[in-house]
Write a protein that binds this ligand. Structure first.
Ligand SMILES: NC(=O)c1ccc[n+]([C@@H]2O[C@H](COP(=O)([O-])OP(=O)(O)OC[C@H]3O[C@@H](n4cnc5c(N)ncnc54)[C@H](OP(=O)(O)O)[C@@H]3O)[C@@H](O)[C@H]2O)c1
Length: 320
């Protein structure tokens, strides 16, 4: 049974940090895979999980950069992974599975945001391919280890999912104008639908899935945005300093919701829901502020349809 999309009064909120949600939780003997675990929210997630005793596998597109970022954090293992390249995903999964270990948590934190139109693989739009299809293939390939771990899979989505539902008629922006924010929105909607369908398929195996919006945090994610666009959006001033009214969280606060989704005992027996600020989010209210989750992102029919489409595109489906 899918959990209702309704807050549970977790006692945590927008200000909570990853370390705070882990207080009193011992992750010794647990293994986490954190994509993007060497930058921004992923790095803070790695740091917090490792501090709580977990062994954290960080598959990196840029291993040298990752090695530098993770220096001094005990309990971390680096590997290589490019989510935009399905061969790379397959090879990473094969190496991991060959180690015979179980996975307790997968946290899909890696993403690209609002990049210029880019094509990867067989001509796929890069944000959909990297943020969704790469993670879809990764989780399906790692499924034997995830199933043995009977743990949780966390899809880091975004409030950006409000920008677009799945564009069923033109998924890859092949027909006409490319819009970088619509493409990000579609990819982040795909992250939520992925968690909904994975939870439906995996819960009988003891594995649950969650999606979430981490909040707004200045990280290298904004690398593709021109400075003027960030000034115009009120995120930074002309000198590049963050503007507080934009309500940015710190990276430690930004990592909290994904760590909460992966580890909180308050979510035991729950799944298939979208979280915000370390709690289950409410549904979006049409005409209201851009918070909560859109109906189209948690629609079970679209979740199943996206799963089938992703299986066809990537050639992998652990539940076929
Ligand atoms: N920051 C925010 O305000 C915000 C708001 C809403 C949602 N989110 C979501 O939060 C998550 C984390 O974002 P962040 O702010 O931590 O961003 P970040 O600092 O840019 O981290 C993203 C990570 O993804 C990795 N990555 C990108 N493309 C990859 C690929 N092809 N293969 C493997 N790894 C790849 C990056 O690796 P490289 O460094 O090697 O490129 C980086 O480690 C994302 O899913 C994002 O959509 C963030």
């Amino acid at each position: 049974m899918t959990t209702p999309q309704q807050p549970i009064a977790s006692g945590f909120g927008a200000d909570s940090t990853a370390a705070e949600v882990l207080r009193g939780i011992d992750l010794s003997g647990k293994l986490a895979v954190v994509t993007g675990g060497y930058s921004g929210l992923g790095l803070e997630t790695t740091r917090a999980l490792a501090a709580a005793g977990a062994h954290v596998v960080v598959p990196a597109r840029r291993p040298d950069t990752a090695r530098e970022a993770l220096a001094g954090i005990d309990g971390v293992e680096l590997d290589e992974l490019d989510l935009a390249d399905l061969d790379s995903v397959e090879k990473f999964a094969e190496r991991f599975l060959a180690s015979g270990r179980d996975i307790d948590f997968v946290i899909n934190s890696a993403a690209v945001m609002a990049c210029p139109e880019t094509r990867v693989g067989p001509g796929w739009e890069a944000q959909f391919a990297t943020n969704h299809l790469g993670h879809y293939a990764l989780v399906n390939r790692l499924w034997p280890a995830i199933e043995r771990g009977r743990g949780r899979v966390v899809a880091v989505s975004s409030g950006g999912h409000h920008n677009s539902p799945i564009r069923w008629d033109d998924l890859q922006f092949d027909q006409g104008h490319y819009d970088k924010w619509e493409a990000y929105g579609q990819a982040k909607t795909a992250n939520v639908l992925f968690a909904v369908q994975l939870d439906a398929l995996a819960r009988d195996h003891g594995v649950r899935a969650f999606a979430l919006h981490p909040g707004g945090i200045l990280t290298p994610l904004q690398r593709h945005l021109p400075k003027q666009e960030m000034v115009d959006r009120g995120w930074i001033d002309e000198d590049g300093n963050p503007l507080n009214p934009a309500g940015f969280k710190s990276p430690e606060q930004g990592a909290a919701t994904q760590v909460f989704a992966a580890t909180s005992p308050q979510l035991d027996g729950k799944g298939g829901v979208y979280l915000e600020d370390c709690d289950i989010a409410s549904p979006f209210v049409p005409g209201g502020p851009r918070v909560g989750v859109r109906d189209y992102a948690i629609d079970p029919e679209q979740a199943a349809r996206l799963w089938d489409l992703s299986a066809r595109l990537t050639g992998v489906n652990a539940f076929a």
